[in-house]
Design a protein around this ligand. Sequence first.
Ligand code: BGP
Length: 484
Amino acid sequence: MTSSFPEGFLWGGATAANQCEGGYDCDGKGLSVPDVITGGTVTEPRHVTDGVLPGRNYPSHEAVDMYHHYKDDLALFAEMGFKCYRLSINWSRLFPEGDEAEPNQAGVEFYRGVFEECKRLGIEPLVTISHYELPLGLAKKYGGWSNRKLVDFYLTYCKTLFTEYKGLVRLWLTFNEINCATMGGFGNIMGLGILPETEDWPMSFGACEWDDPQRRYEGLHNQFVASAKAVRLGHSIDPDNRIGCMIAGNATYPYSCNPDDVLAAQSDQRERNFFCGDVQVRGAYPAWGESYLARQGVTLEVSEEDAATLKAGTVDFYSFSYYMSSTASTDPKLVEGGNLFAGAGNPYLEKSDWGWAIDPKGLRYYLEEVYDRYQVPLMVVENGLGAVDEVEADGSIHDPYRIDYLRKHIEQMAIAVEHGVDLMGYTMWGCIDLVSASTGEMKKRYGFVYVDKDNDGNGTLARSRKDSFDWYKKVIATNGADLD
Ligand code: BGP
């Protein structure tokens, strides 16, 4: 058995602070936007509320309490042989309101403990600086990323990270799924911290009535500028830092060979290229950007100074999440939902219990398309199957569906590598069960490690190994050669 993956390939798993840490008010932490978002289900949306309201269920408050279990959890990741662990920092643990000049030292020390433990275990951390986690103070007082002042607050936060964790962290991502700002509901709230002026609002993924596209795209522009400045800052503080962008990736196929469907698919892919690749890898808005924005009623004045900033702050690598593919059609009757992407159904593909089309070959397609276009190292930083797991009477958890999903995706990744794609690593999403971002559920499980907790918050929080745990351990030990 020979491996297609290069030596030093970064095998591992990924999480985000608001979905796993809990400890939402511990040791001086302030509230963040997810702390005021309730749990939902696949049919009942999550709600964003004006502060923490009594009697409501906010899953981020305890999540799976990694705040107090991180040493045990990292030990389990090390047992699987993780080379890399992608995690995010909860900004409001370091800057409780977001606009302080100095950080909360207890928050700084918490993450230092996490990174020192990673180092002891030989696991390289990959840190997402902002993963759907704006301090609520910045949303309330400043209107989130629509306010240019956020760039400076973000840089103060980044400077703290790059300085405090120099020597412990080398790999960084500036923003999680920066392209989610294209979506009215979720994009405003989770992506940009632009909140509705109501006490209680059901969070949609698509259009929402109070959405202002002009404000939303100005917010996204501020994130691009912040990201570019952070890249330069990170390099100046430690030349060893490698700083990447992160996008919600997705392969889009035309629903048919009708030229209208082909153009719809092209437009979808162009929109995706716009965000990570064109602005963050090439350092400039694409030629067609202006007409794209104009169609949404948006005019962006990019100053010469900002254009120079984008050019000077291009990223070192391109990373993305990949869960599914979608199909583009101009026929509105065919459109159905799915993660961040709506599209027409694909009769050739099966779907997960949450309606996401399972398409391993789409991962190869996406890797090869993106690499052809940008020629920078790529990394798959999220991929996985959200499924319902059953615990047997003896405590074992058999999850062949998860093994099957991951195996098929890794097989396709291997082919992409054989075809010349420069792939740095693979961090499977939700390596330990955690709260779902879209629905706020625990029931939608991704992990190799099971956590005893249900949607209503009941459970002991005890951890146990699923069958996929041993399978992934073998995958890593053979550098992806043995996938059986
Ligand atoms: C991505 C997010 C993650 C994660 C994942 C799975 O969009 O970056 O935070 O949650 O999707 O989605 P979900 O949790 O909704 O199943």
